[in-house]
Write a protein that binds this ligand. Structure first.
Ligand SMILES: *Cc1c(COP(=O)(O)O)cnc(C)c1O
Length: 361
């Protein structure tokens, strides 16, 4: 069977976790600090040749936490968001965003997406802005950046949700460096896997300090609300050793995507759009099919597990009318296996199975 996703783990990964186990320092110790630093270096938060890069080397602008959802929660709190505030998110996204906003007491406000990139539509956000709108969470869906320039023009603080876009760029600049803050996830199926895990990065030192303060409860001067959102050193060690492989991971995903693009074109279907001003890291390979159900079932019968990339849009849970693009995409989008752990042989199996089903259409 070819699963929909599978982490890529090698001897270096096993050894790095084993080293932490043997060290006896299991939680939020040196490895967590080292991971935060390495991650920020990867993100190039200060920009090349910036005068403040030395300061960053001393104090990291990233805070590692226990999950992407925890990262969102603490970022919203650090921005002072709470009851009475509104936060805009796309309807076509996983429910983690909804929950993180609800944890703070604020109200999630849903907006529609673009039909070609599956990302939040700035045009649809505009009429939904009110005097209570405090932030927009912008996920870069499936590994391709949202239209950041248009979203920044709305002049509302943007939290970039890079849970799916680690290593992808917009106009040559890393996603996660455009908003007031960005969050990442290291859940088992994400671009790099730590089992569970998350990160908040921001150039705003105050924001980072607040997130860091709320991440754990021990030895504080007051009883102000804090959380246990710590990352373990076991996870950080795995994250570190995975991070080293990031360029290889992305190159492999892009190679496989080229292969799938070719099949879709042959079948007369448009491959996933890859805007020339952004690179797609293909966290997911998603395309639209009128016969979605038949395709998912047919691939499954050949033991190639494909999925709907978003289980159910938020407006459907909420029974909110409208959201035509989210509806259209949700009823047609399929996601086929794409990850660095796929062998060449497995890629050929996916390709030949896709051919059988798509060329029959
Ligand atoms: C996975 C994901 C999250 C949540 O991350 P967890 O680590 O699972 O909490 C948030 N946003 C997006 C876009 C995701 O894909």
């Amino acid at each position: 069977m070819i699963p929909h996703s599978r982490p890529f783990l090698d001897d270096e990964d096993y050894q790095s976790v084993l080293d932490v186990l043997k060290s006896g320092q299991l939680v939020q110790g040196e490895m967590v600090a080292a991971f935060e630093k390495a991650f920020c270096r990867e993100m190039d938060l200060t920009g090349a040749g910036s005068a403040s890069s030395h300061a960053v080397a001393v104090r990291s602008l990233g805070v590692a936490v226990s999950s992407g959802t925890a990262a969102l929660h603490l970022t919203l709190l650090a921005l002072g968001i709470g009851a009475g505030d509104e936060v805009i998110i796309p309807s076509y996204v996983c429910t983690a965003l909804w929950h993180a906003i609800r944890y703070t007491g604020a109200t999630p406000v849903l907006a529609d997406i673009e039909g070609d990139t599956f990302n939040l539509s700035a045009r649809d956000v505009l009429p939904r802005l009110t005097k209570n709108t405090k932030a927009i969470i912008v996920p870069h869906m499936f590994g391709q950046s949202a239209d950041i320039d248009e979203l920044l023009k709305l002049d509302i603080p943007i939290i970039e949700d890079c849970a799916q876009s680690l290593g992808s760029h917009y106009r040559g600049q890393t996603t996660g460096t455009f908003g007031v803050a960005a969050i990442f996830s290291f859940y088992a199926t994400k671009v790099i896997a730590a089992g569970e895990g998350g990160m908040v990065v921001s150039r705003n030192r105050n924001l980072i300090d607040r997130v860091q303060d709320m991440r754990d409860y021990d030895e504080k001067e007051t009883l102000a609300t804090r959380f246990n959102y710590k990352l373990t050193d076991l996870q950080a060690a795995l994250g570190m050793s995975q991070l080293k492989k990031l360029p290889v991971f992305i190159a492999r995903r892009q190679d496989i995507a080229r292969r799938y693009d070719h099949i879709l074109r042959e079948a007369g279907l448009p491959p996933p759009i890859n805007n020339p001003d952004r690179d797609h890291s293909y966290f997911r390979y998603v395309f639209l099919l009128d016969s979605m159900d038949r395709f998912l079932e047919g691939m499954g019968r050949q033991r190639v597990v494909c999925r709907r990339p978003v289980f159910r849009p938020l407006h459907v849970y909420q029974e909110q009318p409208g959201f035509e693009v989210s509806n259209r995409v949700w009823r047609r989008a399929v996601s086929v296996p794409i990850y660095p752990g796929l062998t060449d042989e497995e890629v050929e199996t996916v390709v030949s199975t896709m051919k059988k089903l798509l060329f029959k259409e």
